[in-house]
Design a protein around this ligand. Structure first.
Ligand SMILES: [Zn+2]
Ligand SMILES: [Zn+2]
Ligand SMILES: [Zn+2]
Length: 146
């Protein structure tokens, strides 16, 4: 994904929430854009050494609020963050290790996604709940912890 186009999209999301796209927020987005998979706040601080931890916390919360960042909750104290699928257009799922808290991305085959979406459409009819998207993460043990 092109960083300039991404910055335009993030700026628009922030504007709609009445927030400015500050240098600190740009650095956080740039760290998320440059990393391969979901990252912790510590990872972001390592990638962008000029940022203070308190400002990363605050900026991630605002980016999450406007729909630019997804927080992935794990079993350890360190949530992982990534750009939302609305921005990346990359629909995927997560493998969450319940021992070390590591998170990695994986994709399902298109026909599996179709089957899931059909099942969720049925849930939608039965519950009168309008389904927009789904999140599906697998919990287990990663190869380093096995
Ligand atoms: Zn693990
Ligand atoms: Zn992901
Ligand atoms: Zn899916």
């Amino acid at each position: 994904m092109n960083l300039d186009l991404l910055n335009d999209d993030v700026a628009a999301l922030l504007r709609s929430g009445d927030h400015r796209y500050t240098t600190g927020r740009r650095r956080v987005v740039s760290a998320l854009h440059g990393s391969d998979g979901p990252v912790t706040i510590l990872d972001i601080l390592q990638l962008e050494a000029s940022l203070a931890q308190s400002s990363v916390y605050r900026n991630l919360a605002i980016l999450e609020e406007v729909g630019a960042v997804t927080r992935i909750v794990t079993h350890d104290d360190h949530a992982r963050f990534e750009l939302t699928e609305a921005l990346t257009d990359h629909h995927h799922h997560h493998l969450i290790c319940t021992t070390c808290g590591s998170v990695s991305d994986f994709e399902l085959a298109p026909d599996t996604e179709l089957t899931l979406n059909q099942a969720f459409a049925q849930v939608s009819r039965l519950t009168d709940f309008t389904v927009d998207s789904h999140r599906l993460d697998l919990l287990g043990t990663c190869v380093s912890c096995a």
